[in-house]
Design a protein around this ligand. Sequence first.
Ligand SMILES: [Zn+2]
Length: 366
Amino acid sequence: MAPDRVLGGRAPPAPADQDRRPGGSRAGVATLRLDHVIGHERVKAALERAWRQGRLVHAYLFAGPPQVGKRLLALELLRALNCSDPAPPCGRCRSCRLAAGGQHPDIRLFGLAESEGSGRRQAIAIEQVRALEHDCTLKPYLGAWKGYIIDEAERLSLPAANALLKTLEEPPPHVIIILVSRQPEALLPTLVSRCQTLRFGLLATAVIERALIERFGAAPPDAALLARLAQGRLGWAVAALSDRTLLDERQSALADLERLLGAETGERLAYAEHWAQLVGRDPDRALARLDCWLGWWRDLIFLHLGCPDLVVNVDREATLRALQATVPLATARAVASQVAQTADYLAQNVNPRLALESLVLALPRR
Ligand SMILES: [Zn+2]
């Protein structure tokens, strides 16, 4: 299927087909509003326009950094497709309520969290894609459309990606599939070419701060700090607001980093080994530690460049300023890029111990 092919068929849609395109029959009648999702105005405008014109397509790729709202917007769009209110998604009808509770029979989420097995999450298995394939052939149970979200699509196994490719070639007319990915370059190019890609960016600090206060009831001082630490990821800020362990983990990740700068090789390697074990047990936590480190190294770069206003970890500024004298800008840049590279390696299933050992050994000694 070409990405520009609208839902509803291969030929230009006949009048009867209009009803088979998401939003098609309601174009000009119902007005899609995706306001519930904060930011991403360009992406939301593109979807709202496609809805108005009855030109939503069968397959989308929502690509962009983690925790910025990609999956949320995908769910919001699928809720709207199955909502009968003139201003979908209304949030009140049965369909909207089921969707909000994750119980809608025609809206399904596939991803690593849904994988069965030993609990070690590695890849989205072909069995999951087969289940999707089978479900696609059934008529919608409650709403007009069957919608599928494939979260962390970069983790599709090769057989799973190939199976999905077949479904995307001939999608049933009532089906819409949204791939969500923080790392679209790791997807099969043939898969990407069958989707319409919408790119998401990081949110501005001021947007996050306002959202935390107005939508999530944060106290202004908390909102100011969290918005800075979030580095464009509202999802992280909202999670940190309700779960202080995220802030505690950040504290210990940065304390570990500062300690390792004064540590010998043996201590560094032991740390990498523990970290690699964490990758096996809890990959999200292991990756979050890298995010904290990356923010810290960026801060050091900003101080070198004379931009203290851009420092995110304001509570570590004294330590960072003290290190400026011993860690030159070029070193800070090199380590920051290695931290980012390590995050890519871990996402791609490169041997975590090797990747992390190489990182801790590359840290300068103060
Ligand atoms: Zn509704």
